[in-house]
Design a protein around this ligand. Structure first.
Ligand code: RRO
Length: 299
């Protein structure tokens, strides 16, 4: 079955990509990723200035998924651009550059800088545990609107907004995000774990983002609801561990699916499993991927 799909005019050989931040922190990891059967690669969220990230522990497994508070470790956009430019030609799949801006002018500068490298920009409006970035930006509707507009003005290709999993806030803002081309739904949920012997939070940053199994039904419900409220394409992300989980996202209305935590667990071979599983399912059900998208909604 044909898995080629389009998101806002970008052609993907299949609808699967990594979620930003997972196995994508460095250019060499991105190169490894594309050796797997990905439709596109998504970079770690890049900030204006370099960030060291938080102290360990930054990533832990808990019984309903994973908690992370990496703290956006990255070399800053100029250095990252240098590294990526050196091997741009080695990439055979679209590169989606994730940026985490905190103000409009810097957002525009970052987007413009990546215009010859990126097939799309994904704006991180949803990291749940960083000061003046991600969710803190999203919680300021005017700032968010202005950032999205500036990225759009500075970049002539598609711009995606990565949203948090919080239904009311997302539904309250999407109309003012008219400038963007697609929504990525969703980032992790703000969460924590406390060590009962040490009597203190386990993550060095105290709070982190919950991903994995527990996130899947929550993101799925938001994708389903957004699909009825927007005409923009949606990229589903959250707790996909098997092709069946991905199919749920397509049925809810996602045009593509990103995978995150499972990459830590299973490695890049998960993409082959997803591609083969989806192909087999489409064949058995005798439908195309295009027909599958949104099929769980009443017609
Ligand atoms: O780097 C992180 O700690 C991080 C980011 Br940028 C994000 O968007 N979501 C998340 O769970 N962690």
């Amino acid at each position: 079955m044909e898995l080629v799909t389009k998101i806002s005019g970008i052609t993907l050989r299949n609808p699967f990509m990594n979620a930003s931040g997972v196995l994508s922190q460095t250019v060499s990891l991105l190169k490894r990723l594309q050796e797997a059967e990905v439709g596109a690669v998504v970079t770690k969220s890049i900030t204006y200035e370099e960030r060291k990230g938080y102290e360990n522990p930054t990533f832990i497994k808990i019984n309903c998924g994973y908690l992370n508070a990496m703290g956006l470790p990255n070399p800053g956009f100029r250095e990252f651009l240098k590294e990526l430019s050196l091997c741009r030609d080695e990439f055979k799949v679209p590169i989606i550059v994730s940026i985490a801006p905190s103000e409009p002018k810097q957002a525009r500068e970052m987007a413009t800088t990546f215009k010859n490298i990126a097939s799309a920009i994904e704006i991180n409006l949803s990291c749940p545990h960083s000061e003046k970035l991600g969710l803190e930006v999203f919680n300021d509707a005017k700032l968010t609107e202005s950032i999205v507009k500036n990225v759009k003005d500075g970049f002539d290709k598609p711009v995606f907004c990565k949203l948090p999993p919080y239904r009311n806030e997302v539904l309250g803002i999407i109309d003012s995000l008219d400038n963007c081309d697609a929504f990525v739904v969703s980032n992790t949920i703000r969460a924590m774990k406390i060590d009962i012997k040490a009597k203190k939070p386990v993550l060095s940053n105290k709070f982190g983002g919950l991903s994995g199994k527990a996130l899947h039904p929550i993101s799925l419900a938001l994708v389903f609801e957004l699909y009825e409220k927007t005409k923009k394409p949606i990229i589903g992300v959250g707790g996909v561990e098997s092709w069946e989980d991905a199919v749920e996202f397509f049925l809810a209305g996602a045009s593509a699916v990103q995978v995150g935590s499972v990459l830590e667990k299973k490695g890049i071979t998960i993409f082959k499993e997803l591609v083969e599983g989806l192909e087999k399912y489409l064949k058995e059900e005798r439908i195309s991927l295009e027909e599958l998208i949104g099929l769980a909604h009443d017609s």
